[in-house]
Design a protein around this ligand. Structure first.
Ligand SMILES: *[C@@H]1O[C@H](CO)[C@@H](O)[C@H](O)[C@H]1NC(C)=O
Ligand SMILES: *[C@@H]1O[C@H](CO)[C@@H](O)[C@H](O)[C@H]1NC(C)=O
Ligand SMILES: *[C@@H]1O[C@H](CO)[C@@H](O)[C@H](O)[C@H]1NC(C)=O
Ligand SMILES: *[C@@H]1O[C@H](CO)[C@@H](O)[C@H](O)[C@H]1NC(C)=O
Ligand SMILES: *[C@@H]1O[C@H](CO)[C@@H](O)[C@H](O)[C@H]1NC(C)=O
Ligand SMILES: *[C@@H]1O[C@H](CO)[C@@H](O)[C@H](O)[C@H]1NC(C)=O
Ligand SMILES: *[C@@H]1O[C@H](CO)[C@@H](O)[C@H](O)[C@H]1NC(C)=O
Ligand SMILES: *[C@@H]1O[C@H](CO)[C@@H](O)[C@H](O)[C@H]1NC(C)=O
Ligand SMILES: *[C@@H]1O[C@H](CO)[C@@H](O)[C@H](O)[C@H]1NC(C)=O
Ligand SMILES: *[C@@H]1O[C@H](CO)[C@@H](O)[C@H](O)[C@H]1NC(C)=O
Ligand SMILES: *[C@@H]1O[C@H](CO)[C@@H](O)[C@H](O)[C@H]1NC(C)=O
Ligand SMILES: *[C@@H]1O[C@H](CO)[C@@H](O)[C@H](O)[C@H]1NC(C)=O
Length: 511
């Protein structure tokens, strides 16, 4: 149903009918005071579980063309090289074996974990995977937990192979350990292990590595999982570790701060509408990141979200792996960007539910472009490639309707509207819509509308963005036009009115 109403009526009428509501967005032609600072082109970056990096990148004899295409699509939108952090739980269970022929051997123990190997061994050919994909930079995740007599040799080998085999301009930083604030609780350190012990160990390892092959190393740290972990003996917090009493960065080798976090966990009950398609949930979920970012900025440090995604534990079935999760990913990424956080790394693993793609065949399924990838493309398109983009969020009532504006060079260039009401398909009747309305900037005669849609919130395929699909089955992830969308809109009485169906998102690009 298309409602053509004047801007004045829209301001007065908040609900037009049972299944169609209207919202006026106060977007002006220049950025509001709440707008972000200028965003980096690599804001949208990724993290790949260490043990699965070879699945994503392939190797010299079998480069992964699909991953290369998907990254190329994002680069074409953003004009920047994403930074890929190779790490996660499995990085702390890696042993370097100099004479191993295979790049990586993963040893699974399903009693330990269904989704990740318990241990991995890597040989020199592991690093072939850093030379198979175009236009990426890397953060290499080193093993912190190994504490037997060969731990130092293991670290030095990981570093020297990285320096030898990853081109210098692609090697962004090293990370020593993943979520080690959980070390005592997970049993990889004794129960009486304290934050002082952690700092001492981290510091000793960084000194061991600071100069390898005459290359100075710089680090990404502390990559903690949590906010305040209390044990009987210690308190771990991503804030207190910076207290001068710890001397954590006494050598000034930590170039970027990394904190992990997820919106929920598979140990909790999750629903698509309540957990993901919920703007209030996104606001609550990122509040800790915002306060930590403020804390680090005030102390002159660059803060990043070094590993994140929807639901920890590799994502929830039928929640993290369906179209509604793509809408969540858009809202989550954009709200983080609007709050001046420098970069996010969306975590990936071969068969992870929340993954943006499954890079190889597993048990007869895949490779697959997954719904979350459509969220990534939408975000990259919205942030654009001007290199001078600021974004702003407009707080709206309720949990479903969401609006952002992007300004290039201080001028309104794009708007993004999301309708996160869960739509389950035609059995639910006509798709409800929200009409978003905003004042047309002076001299703006028309705009292009690019719609991200799918038959329903739980769809896991048949997703299109402006008529294009990125599925593996069409062209191994290259964009393929499925229908001519080319939607254009013109202002009515000075305002643009845009209908967004339940479980849809749109970008409006002003001419
Ligand atoms: C390269 O990848 C292919 C396909 O996964 C694999 O069969 C082969 O063993 C890998 N080569 C090395 C040296 O690991
Ligand atoms: C992984 O390594 C640990 C420590 O060396 C060992 O106890 C465990 O048996 C190994 N697991 C597998 C599946 O190889
Ligand atoms: C290594 O850590 C394990 C797990 O906490 C602990 O039992 C062991 O004593 C440690 N070994 C050394 C050499 O520190
Ligand atoms: C770190 O090195 C110092 C100096 O060698 C040593 O006193 C300290 O015990 C080490 N810390 C750990 C946790 O091994
Ligand atoms: C625990 O974390 C919160 C942020 O989630 C912070 O505001 C609070 O001060 C922390 N508590 C302590 C004791 O550090
Ligand atoms: C803390 O102490 C209590 C009682 O002494 C014990 O039951 C519990 O396991 C301890 N917790 C940890 C994390 O060590
Ligand atoms: C922070 O450092 C100060 C002194 O430098 C000390 O008094 C305080 O206890 C420290 N706080 C924490 C949480 O370690
Ligand atoms: C949306 O998230 C908020 C904050 O976490 C929560 O209070 C609310 O119940 C959620 N909505 C639904 C429908 O579950
Ligand atoms: C996910 O949804 C599909 C189709 O609706 C259903 O067959 C499957 O059992 C669900 N899986 C889980 C783990 O809930
Ligand atoms: C693949 O199949 C095996 C055997 O049925 C099963 O144990 C494993 O969990 C499956 N892996 C994935 C990622 O589905
Ligand atoms: C859509 O389906 C979910 C369960 O999958 C249900 O909780 C929700 O109420 C349905 N929404 C509508 C509008 O029918
Ligand atoms: C979509 O979900 C269905 C039901 O869970 C499953 O059978 C199918 O393989 C999935 N398709 C894709 C492309 O993920």
């Amino acid at each position: 149903m298309v409602w053509i109403l004047s801007a004045i009526t829209l301001l007065l009428a908040s609900v037009v009918s049972a299944d169609s509501s209207s919202i006026s967005i106060p977007a002006k032609s220049s950025p509001p005071a709440s707008a972000s600072t200028v965003l980096a082109r690599n804001f949208l970056s990724f993290s790949v579980e260490f043990a699965f990096w070879a699945d994503f990148a392939g190797n010299k004899s079998h480069p992964n063309e699909f991953s290369n295409n998907l990254f190329a699509n994002l680069r074409a939108e953003s004009g920047g090289e994403p930074i890929i952090r190779i790490g996660g739980n499995t990085q702390d269970h890696v042993t370097y074996v100099a004479d191993q022929e295979q790049g990586i051997i993963n040893i699974f123990n399903y009693a330990y974990n269904l989704d990740q190997p318990q241990n991995s061994s890597i040989g020199p050919k592991f690093w072939e995977s850093f030379n198979t994909l175009d236009g990426l930079q890397y953060i290499f995740g080193l093993n912190f937990y190994k504490n037997d007599s060969t731990y130092a040799e293991n670290l030095r080998n990981e570093v020297s192979q990285s320096i030898k085999q990853i081109p210098a301009d692609k090697l962004h930083l090293f990370e020593i350990g993943n979520e080690n604030d959980y070390g005592a609780l997970s049993g990889f350190r004794p129960p009486d292990w304290t934050q002082y012990d952690y700092v001492s160990e981290w510091h000793n390892r960084s000194r061991l590595l600071e100069m390898v092959n005459e290359k100075r190393l710089r680090f990404f740290a502390p990559s903690f999982c949590c906010f305040n972990i209390s044990t009987n003996y210690s308190f771990f917090s991503p804030r207190t570790v910076w207290n001068s009493s710890f001397g954590y960065d006494r050598d000034r080798w930590i170039n970027e701060v990394s904190q992990h976090g997820y919106i929920s966990s598979t140990s909790l009950p999750n629903t698509l509408q309540g957990t993901l398609m919920n703007h209030t949930g996104v606001e609550v979920g990122i509040a800790n990141f915002i306060s930590l970012n403020d804390f680090h900025r005030a102390n002159g440090r660059t803060f990043t979200i070094g590993e994140t995604n929807s639901i920890s534990g590799q994502g929830a079935f039928n929640v993290s792996d369906v179209f509604g999760a793509a809408l969540w990913e858009i809202d989550y990424s954009l709200l983080i960007a609007a709050n001046n956080i420098s970069r996010i790394h969306l975590h990936q693993g071969t068969s992870y539910r929340y993954g943006s793609w499954q890079p190889i065949e597993v048990n007869g399924t895949g490779p697959l472009t997954k719904p979350a990838y459509y969220g990534n493309v939408f975000v990259a398109r919205f942030l654009g490639n001007s290199g001078d983009t600021q974004i702003a969020n407009f707080p709206l009532e309720g949990e479903h309707n969401v609006a952002y504006a992007a300004y290039d060079g201080g001028k309104l260039a794009r708007l993004a509207f999301l309708n996160m009401l869960e739509y389950n398909g035609t059995s639910q009747g006509t798709r409800p819509t929200t009409c978003f309305s905003f004042e047309a900037p002076k001299g703006c005669g028309s705009a292009k509308l690019t719609r991200l849609t799918a038959p329903m919130a739980t769809s896991n395929d048949t997703i299109t963005f402006g008529g294009y699909a990125y599925d593996y089955k069409y062209a191994k992830g290259k964009p393929v036009k499925l229908f001519e969308a080319n939607e254009r809109i013109s202002p009515q009485k000075g305002a643009f009115n845009v209908e967004v169906g339940a479980s849809e998102a749109v970008i409006i690009s002003l001419d």
